[in-house]
Design a protein around this ligand. Structure first.
Ligand SMILES: NC(=O)c1ccc[n+]([C@@H]2O[C@H](COP(=O)([O-])OP(=O)(O)OC[C@H]3O[C@@H](n4cnc5c(N)ncnc54)[C@H](OP(=O)(O)O)[C@@H]3O)[C@@H](O)[C@H]2O)c1
Length: 234
C-alpha cells in the first residue's frame, strides 16, 4: 500500500497508519467506482478484493467494538470477528465484539454470530422483542435508538472506546446524521457495478462537507480518509 497524500510514501502498513488513540468512531465502507455499496450479490465482498480486505482486517484489529446494522446482520454473513495470526499478535487481546444496532430486535439468535460469539446488541426501550438472557444489551432511548447515548454507554459501561462502524448504509446514515463519526474511511474499488445493482452509501442525509485527510492506493483500490466537518453544510 502506498500513501499518496499527505507525504507520499511506499510500503505503508495500514495497522500503524490507521492507528488512533482514545475515543474514536470510524465509519469504514467499500464502494465501487460508480458509488455502489453493494456488489452483484447484494454484498460487498466482491468489490475491493485482497487490498480492501487487508485494510478491513487492520481496522478490525485496531477497534474495540465493530458496529453493524441489523439488516447487514440479517444477511447471515456476519460472524464473530476473527483475527489473522499476525493481527492477533499485534493486537494482543481477543478480537473486538460485533455490536449489532437494531430497533426491532428481529434477529436470528441461533445464528453463528450469537451462538459462537459474544456480540453486544444496541437497541431502545421500545424494542418489540426481547433479546435472550445471555446476550449483552445496551438500551438507549425510548422509542428510537439514541445512538449518541448508546455510544457513550458502549464506552463507559463496556470499555469500547474505539468504535468501528462497518455499515450498512442505514446505520452509516444514522451515525453521520447524529454527527458521531470522527472519520469516514471509503475504499473505492476499481469496478463499475451498474445502476441495476446500485446501493447508495447513505440515504436521507442533509448535505455534509468532508475534509480529505489522507489517500492511499493498493492494487488499484483507492483508500480515502475523510474528516466530517460536524455541522450540516448550509
Ligand atoms: N459496502 C460496504 O462496506 C457495506 C458494509 C455493510 C453492509 N453493506 C451492505 O448494505 C446492505 C444493508 O444495508 P442497509 O442500509 O439495508 O441496512 P443496515 O444499515 O445494515 O441496517 C439497517 C438497520 O439497522 C438498524 N438501525 C440503523 N440505524 C438505526 C438507528 N439509528 N436506530 C436504531 N436502529 C438502527 C435498524 O434495524 P432494525 O430493522 O432491526 O430495527 C435498521 O433497519 C447489505 O446489502 C450489505 O451487504 C455494505
Amino acid at each position: 500500500m502506498r500513501r499518496l497524500l499527505p507525504d507520499p510514501a511506499e510500503d505503508i502498513d495500514p495497522y500503524y497508519e490507521y492507528g488512533v488513540a482514545g475515543d474514536w468512531l470510524r465509519v469504514h465502507m467499500v464502494l465501487s467506482a460508480d458509488g455502489s455499496a453493494t456488489d452483484e450479490e447484494g454484498w460487498s465482498d466482491k468489490l475491493g478484493g485482497a487490498a480492501d480486505f487487508r485494510v478491513f482486517r487492520a481496522l478490525r484489529a485496531l477497534a474495540d467494538g465493530i458496529m453493524v446494522g441489523a439488516a447487514t446482520v440479517r444477511s447471515g454473513r456476519i460472524k464473530p470477528a476473527r483475527l489473522t495470526k499476525e493481527m492477533a499478535a499485534r493486537r494482543g487481546r481477543p478480537p473486538a465484539p460485533i455490536v449489532v444496532v437494531s430497533r426491532s430486535l428481529d434477529l436470528d439468535w441461533e445464528s453463528a454470530l450469537f451462538s459462537e460469539g459474544e456480540p453486544i446488541v444496541v437497541t431502545s426501550d421500545g424494542a418489540h422483542a426481547p433479546a435472550p438472557a445471555h446476550v449483552r444489551v445496551v438500551s438507549a432511548g425510548d422509542g428510537d435508538v439514541d445512538l449518541r447515548l448508546a455510544v457513550r454507554r458502549l464506552r463507559e459501561e463496556h470499555g469500547l472506546r474505539h468504535l468501528l462502524c462497518e455499515g450498512g448504509p442505514g446505520l452509516t446514515t444514522s451515525v453521520l446524521r447524529e454527527n458521531l463519526a470522527d472519520e469516514l474511511c471509503l475504499n473505492v474499488a476499481p469496478t463499475l457495478i451498474g445502476a441495476a445493482r446500485h446501493t447508495r452509501l447513505v440515504n436521507d442525509l442533509e448535505r455534509r462537507e468532508l475534509a480529505l485527510e489522507a489517500v492511499y492506493e493498493d492494487e488499484g483500490v483507492l483508500f480515502l480518509r475523510y474528516r466530517p466537518d460536524g455541522a450540516p453544510a448550509s
